[in-house]
Design a protein around this ligand. Structure first.
Ligand code: ADP
Length: 355
C-alpha cells in the first residue's frame, strides 16, 4: 500500500509537470556565499518564498521576480534534483527534453550540472535515474551518450579520441543538417551505446576533461563554451510511445556576463562575444516560441540549431537560472533575472501582436 501511495504521488507530480500549458519551466538557484566572500552593504538577493525572489536595488527600492521554483542557497543537490526528476521521467514517456543552466560565470552552473564527487549534479543523477527507470519500466531500452561543446561558434565533439591540449583547436568542427522529419542531425557526432550507469559516467568524466576552460577576470576557472550532453533513449517494445527514440539535452551554458565586464581581450574577448551572441539567439528563439511566431530563428546560432527539436512545443524544457548573492554582481543579476522572466512568460501563451 505504501509503494502504491508513493507511485500515486509521483504520478501526480509528473502530471502536474506534463499538464503545463507552456512547455518551458524556469527555476532559479541562488548560490550560497563562500567562505571569505561577503555580500556587500546590501544583501541583494533573497528567496522570499518557494517561487519568489526579492532583489534589493538599494536601501529603499526592491523588485520581486517570480519563477516556477526558487532554490534558496541552503538547498542540497538532492533537493534540487527531486524537482528536476519529472523532466527525466517525461523522456521515458516519449518526449524530448532539454535542461539548461544559465547565468553569470561563478554562479554555480557547473556545480548544478556536474557537481562534485561528494555532491553529484544533475548530469550524473540523470544518467542514474534514466537507467533505473528504464529497468523498472520492463521495456527494452537502448541508451546512447554523446557530448560536445560549442566554442567560438564551432561544434567540437568531446568524445573524439583527444589530441594533446596544444593541438586540440585543430579538431574538426562538426556540422549540422536538417533531417527529413524536421529535426536535426549532427554529422559524425560520436554516439556511444552505454549499458550501465558507470560506463556512461566514465564517458562523461572523459568529456569534461576536454572542455575549453580558461581564466577570466570574472572567475578563475570560468568556462567559455557551452557544454552539451545528449542522451538518447530508444524503446523497442512500446508502440504506445510517441516516438521510438527520444533525447534529452543537458546543457551547461557559457557565462552570460556582458563581454565588457570581463575586461577580456584577444581570444577571451572573441569567446565572450560568441557566447553573448548565442545566448541572445537563444532568447530570440524562446521569444518567438512564446509569441507563437511562424518563423522561429533557430538558424541564428549553432546553439539554437542543435536544440531545435528540443525547444519547441513538443518537448519539455527546463531552464535553471543561476544568480550570485553578492552586491557587486547586482547588474548581472538584474540582466539574468530579466532574461529568465522573458523566458518564463512562455507559460502565459501570449498571442503574437506584431505579425
Ligand atoms: P559557473 O559554472 O557558473 O561558472 P561554478 O559551478 O564553477 O560556477 O561555481 C563557482 C564556485 O561556487 C565553485 O567553487 C562551486 O563549487 C561553488 N558553488 C556554486 N554553487 C554552489 C552551491 N549551491 N553549493 C556549494 N557550492 C557552490
Amino acid at each position: 500500500a505504501y509503494i502504491n501511495q508513493l507511485n500515486i504521488q509521483r504520478r501526480q507530480v509528473l502530471n502536474e509537470f506534463l499538464d503545463l500549458k507552456g512547455n518551458i519551466r524556469v527555476f532559479c538557484r541562488i548560490r550560497p556565499i563562500r567562505i571569505g566572500e561577503n555580500f556587500g552593504h546590501l544583501r541583494p538577493v533573497i528567496a522570499s518564498d518557494s517561487s519568489n525572489v526579492l532583489l534589493k536595488l538599494d536601501k529603499n527600492k526592491s523588485k520581486s521576480y517570480s519563477f516556477d521554483k526558487i532554490f534558496h542557497p541552503g538547498l542540497s543537490q538532492d533537493e534540487v534534483f527531486s524537482e528536476v526528476e519529472p523532466v527525466i521521467k517525461s523522456v521515458l514517456d516519449g518526449y524530448n527534453a532539454c535542461i539548461f543552466a544559465y547565468g553569470q560565470t561563478g554562479t554555480g552552473k557547473t556545480y548544478t550540472m556536474e557537481g562534485t564527487s561528494d555532491s553529484p549534479g544533475i548530469v550524473p543523477r540523470t544518467i542514474k535515474a534514466l537507467f533505473k527507470q528504464a529497468v523498472e519500466s520492463n521495456h527494452a531500452f537502448r541508451i546512447s551518450f554523446s557530448m560536445l561543446e560549442i566554442y567560438l561558434g564551432n561544434l567540437k565533439d568531446l568524445l573524439v579520441t583527444q589530441p594533446t591540449k596544444a593541438t586540440d583547436r585543430m579538431l574538426p568542427c562538426l556540422s549540422i543538417h536538417a533531417d527529413p522529419k524536421g529535426g536535426i542531425e549532427i554529422e559524425n557526432l560520436v554516439t556511444i551505446q552505454v549499458s550501465d550507469f558507470n560506463q556512461a559516467l566514465r564517458l562523461y568524466r572523459l568529456g569534461c576533461r576536454f572542455r575549453s576552460t580558461a581564466s577570466t577576470n570574472s572567475n578563475t576557472t570560468s568556462s567559455r563554451s557551452h557544454c552539451m550532453i545528449r542522451i538518447s533513449i530508444t524503446c523497442f517494445d512500446a508502440p504506445e510511445r510517441r516516438r521510438e527514440t527520444n533525447k534529452i539535452w543537458l546543457v551547461d551554458l557559457g557565462g552570460s556576463e556582458r563581454v565588457l565586464k570581463t575586461k577580456a581581450w584577444g581570444r577571451r574577448l572573441d569567446e565572450g562575444k560568441a557566447i553573448n551572441l548565442s545566448l541572445c539567439a537563444l532568447g530570440d528563439v524562446i521569444n518567438a516560441l512564446q509569441r507563437k511566431k511562424q518563423h522561429v530563428p533557430y538558424r541564428n546560432s549553432k546553439l539554437t540549431q542543435v536544440l531545435k527539436d528540443s525547444l519547441g512545443q513538443d518537448s519539455k524544457t527546463l531552464m535553471l537560472v543561476h544568480v550570485s548573492p553578492k552586491e557587486e554582481d547586482l547588474c548581472e543579476t538584474i540582466c539574468t533575472l530579466n532574461f529568465a522572466t522573458r523566458v518564463k512568460s512562455i507559460h502565459l501563451g501570449h498571442e503574437d501582436s506584431d505579425e
